[in-house]
Design a protein around this ligand. Structure first.
Ligand SMILES: *[C@@H]1O[C@H](CO)[C@@H](O)[C@H](O)[C@H]1NC(C)=O
Ligand SMILES: *[C@@H]1O[C@H](CO)[C@@H](O)[C@H](O)[C@H]1NC(C)=O
Ligand SMILES: *[C@@H]1O[C@H](CO)[C@@H](O)[C@H](O)[C@H]1NC(C)=O
Length: 509
């Protein structure tokens, strides 16, 4: 009796183990081989200015906040998702024409469609606005993806779910564009929220938010909550939404404390990344690799973009820890989807990703972490029997970009007044009661280099150094030449041998 019982226990344990092992070793994975159109995705980081103009920010820091601003009136003023971008409704011109405007912290021009385009439903008709004032200057912006050209002008704008008041702002009327407006997007213009240094044609064109702060007297802070976490980036269903709070921080949008990292340079929102972890494994690259040639926070970029070396290290680490060995490279480079049977959520196979940022106390850091739900992203409408996902991280040739994939986990405070960016746990980055992001600190930054940034703004200093070195070389060369030439003169004058020692001999004689 006892032996039969123990046998059946063993048999049960054995079959359980088999079941578990089977479950782990034959993950029902299928790489979808059909084409998927990733090109219809927002990627609007403005490209670096060709020539580095001087930093035109005589920014007025916020004086004490006048007027009462009710942030609750701005909650949920955004629509959209990571793939198609997040946009806010604005009323432009007199009488007001309503347009949806993409919120982009990676550029600095305010621009709206001012001519018909096949991918947009309506545009700003400058002829119908009595307050539109054209400057007759042309302007154009090139982004990581797409570009536009148009005419600079000035007009009045109100934001129905923004701060009270009408603002007179610089506006670029887009007359032609390539790859900028995309099929399926529901916005007709772009709100560049970065610093004057990125403004085109030059930094004298005051960006929108600078005008808002100056004219309405609100504090020089805005904060951004994007709520598409865990939702399909390409679904045709209702977009997710979010909040752009202008003038401060709305306490109901986050939990816990806000962790701040300094803004290194005021052009993009450039920050300093100290370390990356996959699972709990430190990637252990030289921290300069993470900031090559800059690390920025950009709401107008869909994915988390990593410099090539960092990207390869992350993919390697995920492959090792994901229990999935047979991924085709197509999944990682974004050309193929990975699919599982419907209902098989694959997230348990993937590790967490953590980014360590320099804290405002520069000898410390803090860590923002995203769960796989944020970077293994569902793509709907591919195949009826399968759930398909794409990799929300891509490689980058122009620096590390903390894009919507990461930002959707956090309520991000752009505290321009104190030149710092704050991260806190977003209360909409939750799925079935489980938080999809984590934030922790402080950690010591003593083991990290004092300066991990390799920003292009350091270049002028390098140039100064190299010019100085060149000048020193030139002086040495001239001295050498003189030394060569002078002895000849001696010979000319005296007809004698004229090297240094012979001169001495001469004198002794
Ligand atoms: C993908 O989108 C681009 C840009 O809208 C379009 O020109 C192209 O035809 C699309 N490709 C496919 C395979 O749908
Ligand atoms: C705008 O003004 C109205 C009326 O004074 C007020 O109720 C509302 O809260 C204000 N909105 C904001 C965002 O300050
Ligand atoms: C900054 O951090 C260091 C190391 O943790 C600590 O010793 C120091 O007191 C901190 N400085 C401030 C101003 O908080």
């Amino acid at each position: 009796m006892a032996t039969t019982a123990s046998f059946s226990v063993w048999a049960f344990a054995f079959s359980l183990c088999l079941g578990v092992c089977k479950c782990y070793f034959s993950i029902p994975l299928k790489i979808y081989t059909g084409s998927y159109n990733f090109s219809s995705e927002v990627d609007v980081t403005s490209l670096r200015p060709g020539a580095l103009t001087s930093d035109g920010n005589g920014l007025s820091l916020a004086s004490d906040p006048t007027g009462t601003v009710n942030f609750l009136d701005m909650v949920n003023n955004l629509e959209g998702d990571s793939g198609r971008g997040y946009y806010i409704e604005m009323s432009i011109g007199t009488p007001g024409q309503k347009l949806n405007i993409l919120v982009d912290t990676g550029s600095s021009n305010f621009a709206v469609a001012a001519a018909p385009h096949p991918f947009i439903t309506h545009y700003f008709d400058t002829a119908l606005s009595s307050t539109y004032d054209s400057s007759r200057r042309t302007v154009g912006v090139r982004y990581t993806q797409g570009n536009w050209e148009g005419e600079l002008g000035i007009d009045r704008v109100t934001i129905p779910m923004g701060p009270n008041g009408t603002i007179t702002i610089n506006i670029a009327a887009i007359l032609s564009s390539e790859g900028f407006f995309l099929p399926g997007v529901n916005w007709q213009g772009i709100l560049g929220l970065a610093y004057p240094m990125l403004s085109r044609p030059d930094s004298s064109v005051e960006p929108f938010f600078n005008s808002v702060v100056r004219q309405l007297g609100i504090p020089d802070i805005f904060s951004l909550q994007m709520c598409g976490a865990g939702l399909s980036a390409s679904s045709t269903a209702d977009p997710a939404g979010g909040s752009l709070i202008m003038g401060g921080v709305e306490p109901t949008l986050y939990q816990g404390s806000v962790w701040y990292t300094p803004i290194l340079e005021e052009w993009y929102y450039q920050v300093e990344v100290l370390k990356l972890e996959v699972g709990n494994q430190n990637l252990d690259l030289d921290c300069r690799e993470y900031n090559m040639d800059k690390a920025i926070v950009d709401s107008g970029t869909t994915l988390l973009r990593l410099p090539v070396n960092v990207f390869n290290a992350v993919v390697g680490a995920i492959t090792r820890s994901s229990l999935i060995q047979d991924f085709s490279s197509g999944f990682w480079d974004g050309t193929k989807l990975a699919c599982w049977m419907k209902g098989e959520t694959p997230w348990r196979f993937f590790p967490k990703l953590s980014i360590y940022l320099r804290a405002t106390n520069t000898s410390q850091s803090f860590r923002i972490t995203i769960l796989p739900q944020l970077y293994i992203q569902p793509i709907t409408d591919v195949d009826g029997t399968l759930d398909c996902f794409r990799f929300g991280v891509s490689s980058s040739a122009n620096g590390l970009v903390i894009g919507a994939t990461v930002m959707e986990g956090f309520y991000v405070v752009f505290d321009r007044a104190q030149r710092r960016l704050g991260f806190s746990l977003s209360n909409c980055a939750v799925n079935g009661g489980v938080a999809l992001s984590e934030i922790a600190g402080p950690f010591s930054a003593a083991d990290v280099a004092a300066d991990c940034s390799t920003g292009p703004l350091k270049e002028p200093l390098l140039w100064v150094i190299s010019y100085a070195l060149m000048a020193i070389c030139a002086v040495i060369l001239i001295i050498l030449l003189l030394l060569l030439v002078l002895p000849c003169r001696h010979r000319d004058r005296s007809g004698e041998i004229t090297d240094e020692s012979s001169l001495v001999r001469h004198r002794i004689k």
